[in-house]
Design a protein around this ligand. Structure first.
Ligand code: D41
Length: 669
């Protein structure tokens, strides 16, 4: 039984902490079953740290209050570069230090803070943060979280240890949980943080066990009869050695510049991370210095949370209108009281389609939550019904196009409303021209959105070819268009006539045909004439072209109107080479194809961006966290916890010289 427990705990650790299982689930299940059977025969030999004991009975009296050994402090916030610089200055002044301090830099997870008590390495208690002094005993729930070790591994574990961390729900798990809730007709959670906090505070541990929760440890409280290393990053490494999960993005940085660099990198990575973050945390790395700095009003002077711009805000809806896209699809858009969210001022947010509009029932006057995450277009998430003013009415679908008044059709089986005006609708013409001139299509420099509006509104341009017939005198009649800019624009148009077949195809705006398909079509057919006469079956032979898309493409080329547009453009001198191009460089020129790299610590000879660019140029990939799939960890000066993780996983570790010489084929400076 002891052996089975050890083996199962090892598999739990490999699966949930290292992300690197070594046996198939079926093997785990068999071992687990074997232990369950032995335990039922010898109930006296069941120990609380057995993997079978993660899900137990609910506490009879609900959640008890428990005092933390040392208080759980709160974090001061910084919202700007200036705030961060002030933090660093205050720290330096208090320490009489001049020069760059080292900081532990960590993602700030958006979950629920937890305090874990380990006695002789065994998990004996888990409590929520509460007011920082006293929290709620949620041991029975926390035990069900598989990345929380029931017993610490390795040596040198203090007899008594309080570990602080954050319980959170990874995004993918959150998505699946909400999908299931929606299917079951239950109310979905607003965000992963609420889902995590709610799951922790449920009386029935079986429910918590069914929730995809995880832990990252970020610090310690009481440490008795044992000791920890003198730097915070080393403490994190030690916790990781003992089997506790630590955020793989944690790093050691130097000075304000290092902090700002880390913040920028994490902000960029924010959308790709598997979990929600609301900022990054910087902590003075030297534990002695932390003690000298002390705390004020329950927050340490040695740490700061530099918050990311909030991705959600409240605002009110001024109106809901319908925007007509390139293919005539009407998209409901909420016009908002402008609000600063996700790092930009937002005054319009999409409602996607009619079904979404009706499901969310967004009305003028409503207070709504808007979300803008990364570069994704802002969207209205939900309405605060309790704030709805009296006498509002639901938005109705328009029967006529708001731009050209043509009838609107609701396509059977689709959520989309479509304007039937086609190229008679100025909105569709404008969008088609915007697309035609865009950077990845014909790339007409200087032909912006407002200019296109004017050209269509003044009837100077109806179809793409008309652009190339414009004269300087016509252009000069437009707003803010002098002779110089008119000439420049005509030159840009003339340059754009030299293009490639794939750009030309993309520029046409064939329904469903994006850049990748345009490229595949150009490769496959090589000549436009071959494309214009191909059958749906022939199109379906092209990689990634399904029967529906093949139908769209043939229909497009068969329509006389489209044939005219194409002939017109060719007659005006739009041209490209129709010679078959050799395939992309094979693996010979992409020797790092299929290899993933993680960079950590400070590189001496090149910046991380340079190293990343070179690895990518050779076909390799650079990712942020070490997993079992990582091919190489490249370590610079002062690597953080990634090195320990790589060693644990047996990931090959290279120093900068080795990266340069053997992989990138350059010698050191
Ligand atoms: O990821 C986090 N949410 C996080 C929270 C973190 N990485 N580090 C933290 N460090 C601290 C101190 C410096 C006080 C030990 C924290 C928190 N505190 C914290 N979480 C909730 C309140 C405070």
């Amino acid at each position: 039984m002891l052996q089975l427990r050890i083996e199962l705990a090892e598999h739990d650790y490999r699966y949930h902490v290292l992300d690197a299982p070594v046996v198939p689930d079926a093997v785990y299940d068999r071992l687990y079953q074997e232990l369950v059977e032995l335990e039922s025969r010898y109930p006296r030999l069941v120990s609380p740290d057995s993997p079978t004991q993660r899900v137990g009975a609910a506490p009879a009296a609900g959640f008890r209050e428990v005092a933390h050994g040392l208080p759980m402090l709160s974090l001061d916030n910084a919202f700007s570069r200036e705030d961060l610089e002030n933090f660093d200055r205050r720290v330096q002044e208090r320490l009489d230090s001049a020069g760059d301090l080292q900081y532990s830099a960590e993602p700030k997870l958006d979950g629920a803070a937890i305090n874990l008590w380990f006695e002789n390495g065994e998990l004996v208690r888990a409590a929520t943060r509460g007011d920082g002094r006293v929290g709620e005993d949620v041991t029975h729930n926390v035990r069900t979280i598989h990345s929380v070790p029931l017993r610490l591994r390795g040596s040198g574990v203090p007899r008594l240890l309080e570990v602080r961390g954050e319980i959170f729900m990874p995004r993918e798990g959150f998505r699946r949980l909400n999908e299931a809730a929606q299917k079951a007709g239950e109310k979905p959670f607003a965000n992963p943080r609420n889902a995590a906090a709610g799951s922790l505070r449920h009386l029935d541990p079986r429910l918590t066990a069914s929730r995809p929760l995880a832990l990252f440890a970020y610090g310690v409280g009481t440490v008795a009869e044992g000791s920890l290393p003198p730097r915070h990053t080393e403490v994190l490494d030690r916790l990781s050695d003992w089997g506790l999960p630590v955020a793989p993005e944690a790093e050691l940085v130097t000075g304000v510049a290092g902090c700002l660099g880390y913040y920028a990198r994490m902000l960029e990575k924010r959308a790709e991370l598997a979990y929600d973050t609301d900022g990054v945390v910087f902590k003075v790395n030297d534990v002695d210095l932390q003690a000298r700095l002390g705390t004020v009003a329950r927050a340490p002077r040695w740490a700061v949370a530099y918050k990311f711009p909030a991705e959600e805000q409240l605002t009110t809806v001024e109106s809901v209108h319908f925007q007509v896209g390139r293919t005539g699809v009407l998209t409901p858009v909420a016009r908002l009281e402008p609000v600063f969210v996700g790092g930009a001022t937002v005054s319009n947010a999409t409602l996607h389609n009619l079904d979404e509009l009706h499901r969310k029932d967004v009305r003028p006057g409503d207070t709504v939550i808007v979300r803008r995450a990364g570069d994704v277009i802002p969207e209205v998430m939900s309405v605060l019904l309790e704030r709805r003013p009296p006498q509002t009415s639901p938005v109705r679908a328009p029967e006529r196009c708001p731009v050209c008044s043509s009838p609107v059709l609701r396509v059977e089986g689709e959520a989309a409303l479509r304007c039937t005006g086609g190229s008679a609708c100025p909105a569709q013409r404008k969008e088609a021209l915007r697309h035609f001139a865009s950077r990845r299509a014909l790339n007409i420099d200087g032909l912006g959105s407002q200019l296109i509006d004017q050209l269509v509104d003044t009837d100077l341009v109806h179809k793409p070819g008309d652009l190339f017939r414009l004269t300087t005198s016509q252009l000069q009649q437009l707003d803010r268009m002098g002779e110089r800019s008119a000439t420049k624009l005509l030159e840009a148009m003339s340059r754009s006539k030299a293009t490639t077949l794939e750009r030309f195809l993309y520029a046409l705006g064939i329904p469903e045909v994006g850049e990748a398909t345009s490229k595949a079509l150009a490769r496959h057919f090589v000549r436009l004439s071959a494309l214009m006469t191909a059958s749906a079956e022939e199109f379906a032979e092209v990689e990634d072209v399904g029967p529906i898309m093949a139908g769209h493409i043939t229909a497009y080329f068969q329509a006389p109107h489209n044939q005219e547009v194409i002939q017109d453009l060719r007659a005006l001198g739009v041209h490209w080479s129709e010679e078959a191009r050799p395939d992309d460089a094979g693996t010979a020129e992409r020797p790092l194809k299929g290899k993933t790299f993680v960079l950590t610590g400070t590189l001496a000879g090149m910046t991380r961006e340079e190293a990343t660019a070179r690895i990518e140029a050779l076909g390799g990939k650079v990712t942020s966290s070490v997993t079992a799939k990582t091919s190489y960890l490249v370590v610079g000066d002062k690597p953080g916890s990634k090195l320990a993780k790589a060693e644990k996983l047996g990931v090959e570790v290279l120093d900068e010289g080795q990266l340069g010489q053997s992989i990138l084929g350059v010698s050191e400076k």
